[in-house]
Write a protein that binds this ligand. Structure first.
Ligand code: CAA
Length: 294
């Protein structure tokens, strides 16, 4: 299949990686060449891990990379697409604009999927004249590792489009799970209140960063504690998702904790910014609690 992926960031490069590894022709699209170069370099490093483990051969790695073209021009990059997966920043105005552009430029039968983690698929679909061909395809981070693809049907999404996307997800080694379109869907409707409550627990001084994460890792068998996971996802993304839940479901329990909002205002966005609840230095795999919480 000919697949275009919009956005070469954390999620977009992982999505491009998995499609290309499974034999699909991918065009990775981003506004700046520097973003595309960084995305390709991340894909190369993640493929190297698979080669080192013996999951892929060096030749398969090179074939995978050869299946990925790049483009800084959205209209040119989607001209041949049978499927587009949008993985831009979690910002509703940006997504509405991208989908309007996709509707104009992608071929008539092309399926338009979004990797949004919380924004209404029905709302995104309404910015196109093909709402039956718009669907949510929510991958989890790190995309090459996590099995789930949360498939979200908008109000008008057709059965045929849902089946194509479900079958494709299975064919690339993922497990698709189909749900309906309400704010946060299922994954983030449950995950974000847990993360927000962990931050509230820290804010109230019930426990420290290490204590809260240890309890959830050792007591509930989570691979990462909720504060480390928030850093991994990005604290700005967590706030954006909580605001969608708060606005979309109208319940004050979804309001982001003031500490989380404050950290985002201060630019402490988690791992990608070098600091969140933990401090991150290149090459160091040990978890170091950030100075503000020591
Ligand atoms: N690409 C390819 N392989 C990767 C990878 C990547 N980006 N990151 C890790 N891996 C591989 C490693 O090579 C390793 O493979 P083996 O076990 O076969 O050797 C395996 O994954 C484990 O990695 P590590 O040993 O480096 O580290 P770890 O054991 O601590 O696992 C983790 C890392 C997989 C990220 C694990 O900590 C984990 O599962 N964390 C929770 C992740 C999670 O909850 N993700 C969902 C976030 S929510 C979301 O994405 C949606 C949203 O809308 C917010």
């Amino acid at each position: 299949m000919n697949i275009s992926v919009i956005g070469a960031g954390q999620m977009g490069n992982g999505i491009a990686h998995v499609f290309a590894q499974n034999g699909h022709q991918v065009t990775l699209i981003d506004i700046a060449q520097a973003g595309l170069d960084k995305g390709l370099s991340t894909i190369g490093k993640n493929l190297d891990r698979q080669v080192a483990k013996g999951v892929l051969t060096e030749a398969q790695k090179q074939e995978t990379l050869a299946r990925i073209a790049t483009n800084t021009d959205l209209s040119a990059g989607v001209k041949q697409a049978e499927l587009v997966v949008e993985a831009a920043t979690e910002n509703v105005d940006l997504k509405l604009k991208i989908f309007k552009d996709l509707d104009t430029n992608a071929p008539k039968g092309c399926i338009l999927a979004t990797n949004t983690s919380s924004i209404s698929i029905t709302r995104i679909a309404a910015s196109t004249v093909r709402p039956d061909q718009v669907i949510g395809m929510h991958f989890m981070n790190p995309v090459p590792v996590m099995k789930l693809v949360e498939i979200i049907r908008g109000y008008d999404t057709s059965d045929a489009v849902t089946k194509t996307v479900v079958d494709l997800s299975t064919a690339i080694g993922k497990v698709p799970v189909t749900v309906n379109d309400y704010a946060g869907f299922v994954a983030n409707r449950i995950l974000m209140p847990m993360i927000n409550e962990a931050i509230e627990t820290l804010f109230q001084g019930v426990g420290g960063v290490a204590e809260i994460d240890s309890i959830m890792k050792l007591g509930m068998a989570h691979p990462m504690g909720p504060l480390q996971l928030a850093d991994f996802i990005g604290l700005d993304t967590c706030v954006a998702i909580l605001r969608v839940l708060h606005e979309g479901l109208g319940n004050p329990k979804y309001a982001p904790c003031p500490l989380l909002v404050q950290m985002v205002t201060a630019g402490k966005l988690g791992a990608k910014a070098g600091e969140g609840f933990y401090q991150y230095t290149a090459g160091n795999k040990d978890l170091v609690v950030a100075p503000a919480f020591r």
